[in-house]
Design a protein around this ligand. Sequence first.
Ligand SMILES: *[C@@H]1O[C@H](CO)[C@@H](O)[C@H](O)[C@H]1NC(C)=O
Ligand SMILES: *[C@@H]1O[C@H](CO)[C@@H](O)[C@H](O)[C@H]1NC(C)=O
Length: 267
Amino acid sequence: MSLRAILSIAALLTLLVAVVNSLPKRYRKPKPPSTDAYVGSDFDYYVLAQVVPQVQCYKVNNLWKAENSSCSPCSSSWARNDLDWTVHGLWPSNLYSDRFLGNCNRTARFDGDQLDAELRAQLEYHWTDLKRAAYKDDFWRHEWEKHGTCAMQVDVLSGMRNYFQQTIELLKRFNVGHHLERQGVTPGNHYDFDEFNNAIVEAYGAQAKIKCAKSPTTGLQYVNEVHLCMDRSFKMIDCTGVLAGSCSKKKKLTYAKNANQCTRKQS
Ligand SMILES: *[C@@H]1O[C@H](CO)[C@@H](O)[C@H](O)[C@H]1NC(C)=O
Ligand SMILES: *[C@@H]1O[C@H](CO)[C@@H](O)[C@H](O)[C@H]1NC(C)=O
């Protein structure tokens, strides 16, 4: 390419940048906040996100075809009590932006060596990585680095081990499956959105967020996640914003039972 050609391309680019800069702000993509803006930034409340493991597994692996099979093609850690939901994450969040913070401390990297066998076993059962063929520890790495590093400013959650351990304790205390059962809402049944939602409000004394996943195979609308909101002393508070994320109130919610583990590996 000749020098002349390079110069004219450079001139063109400069012009383009100038034009983009002169556009009114709303036409431009908002800049992501710099990492520094997040460091030490405060949060108001936590979201404890729990999933129905079976449904999450269908969703993240696109295994909807297996929906009605008698055994689950999901990972072998499947044999579990129907009422035991699992953790998606504990997310420090901000009322002002109604969003969670992320990646608050980029030097606090995930370190799998800090997880001893006992904690790993707990994580595998309660904080299951439902994605097949995920890299080892991938899910926990993601949750720690994105959310845990924001939670670590609180004493009880400071450091990886504390973050994981405390979150598992919160799950045991507030497991949605067990709380719903006490309200007569159990796996294997279908509910109106309001009926399901009222049971949650009754169980926790606060408004949660409910997320659904719709099966492209059967068209059923499954309960996928419930997000509980709690203040910094882990007391339930009402969640705000969109409460019925991705759930259609016109359709019944299907609360899935866990299928049994397959004895023969499926490919
Ligand atoms: C799958 O199971 C659901 C719930 O039991 C049932 O309503 C539906 O008809 C089944 N679909 C197929 C394709 O077998
Ligand atoms: C970030 O994490 C590192 C490593 O855990 C820690 O030493 C440092 O104090 C943290 N910084 C802030 C601002 O919390």
